[in-house]
Write a protein of this length. Structure first.
Length: 322
């Protein structure tokens, strides 16, 4: 093909397809059947760090000092052009131009152009790393959104960058009201604010020595105080952290109620004017002062005895049955 024909074909391609090809976010090359390059979009140049005069009119094998002279590109001729296939899909692990170090996907498409029986080839490159990163981000976002615990992503300045649905439920605020608008500090009750902020900052200085789990209180939109157990960790390679909150309010209320009940029972038991004894199979006893007075022992004397020693031998069998 002469240089004149090449230029004519290039102009035709530009007039019809350049805008569309430039709008594609992946690198794209347009070549003739010899795999000589007619056109490259801006994403090709930026991705592979090549200049226009290093690309246009060159055979694909000659790019970047012939580092592109690899079997995968030779297979395009064998598999796409000679076998009348319309497209082939390749994975390239080669380090092209030193800019894509972990491989790319290559989609080669043959299409008719210009004169009868003439065809051209479009090569669409997709960075495997970027694809895997996108897949990983989607996977992490899915986990973030579906976890059963209220979870948030915090910036170093304590701005809340993201929250899941459970955090919305706990706080009473929507994503739109929280993300990039509120700080984590705004939810902390005054008595815990200094502690939480100090540990937030320490985590970015010395994460190994900063507690990952601790309890504090938050205030919801309606003013309700909730007890929460925090689990926090830095996102690797960033100054952002992920925090999840386990609502401990109901459990703590039950524990406080049990403690109050135990304290009331102990007060009534200890101050009863009737002698009372709690005994255990091991022989240990818990008794009040009235019981000591009734038997004529001091507390110190009874403390070293077992209940079996206090039962008359004739009543021992009946006492055991009780």
């Amino acid at each position: 093909m002469t240089g004149k024909k090449v230029e004519k074909q290039k102009i035709n391609l530009d007039a019809r397809n350049k805008v569309i090809i430039e709008a594609i976010h992946e690198p794209v090359l347009i070549l003739n059947t010899d795999l000589r390059i007619f056109f490259a979009n801006k994403h090709f140049y930026s991705t592979f760090q090549l200049k226009k005069d290093e690309v246009i009119g060159k055979l694909i094998y000659d790019l970047a000092g012939k580092t592109w002279d690899i079997p995968e590109f030779h297979s395009i001729k064998a598999d796409l052009l000679k076998k009348d296939a319309t497209s082939i899909f390749l994975r390239i692990e080669h380090d092209l131009s030193g800019s894509v170090k972990h491989g790319i996907y290559l989609n080669a498409i043959r299409f008719p152009e210009g004169e009868k029986n003439q065809c051209m080839v479009a090569l669409l490159f997709e960075n495997i790393v970027e694809q895997k990163l996108q897949e990983s981000m989607e996977f992490q976002r899915s986990i973030f959104e579906t976890t059963s615990l209220p979870t948030a992503i915090l910036a170093a300045d304590k701005t809340i960058l993201g929250v899941n649905r459970e955090f919305e439920k706990l706080s009473g605020f929507s994503k739109k009201e929280i993300e990039n608008k509120k700080t984590f500090s705004e939810f902390i009750t005054p008595e815990y604010l200094s502690l939480v902020e100090k540990r937030h900052d320490q985590r970015r200085i010395d994460p190994q020595k900063t507690p990952k789990h601790y309890e504090f209180q938050i205030k919801t939109r309606n003013g309700e105080i909730r007890d929460v157990l925090l689990n926090a960790d830095l996102i690797p390679g960033t100054q952002e952290s992920v925090v999840s909150l386990l609502d401990m309010t109901e459990r703590n209320q039950v524990e406080r109620a049990l403690l109050e009940s135990e304290e009331k029972f102990k007060f009534i038991f200890d101050n009863s004017v009737i002698g009372k004894l709690l005994s255990y199979p091991s022989g240990e006893m818990y008794f009040n002062q009235a019981y000591c007075d009734m038997l004529g022992y001091t507390r110190e004397e009874l403390k070293h005895k077992k209940w079996q020693e206090l039962v008359h031998p004739q009543e021992f069998e009946n006492f055991q049955k009780k």
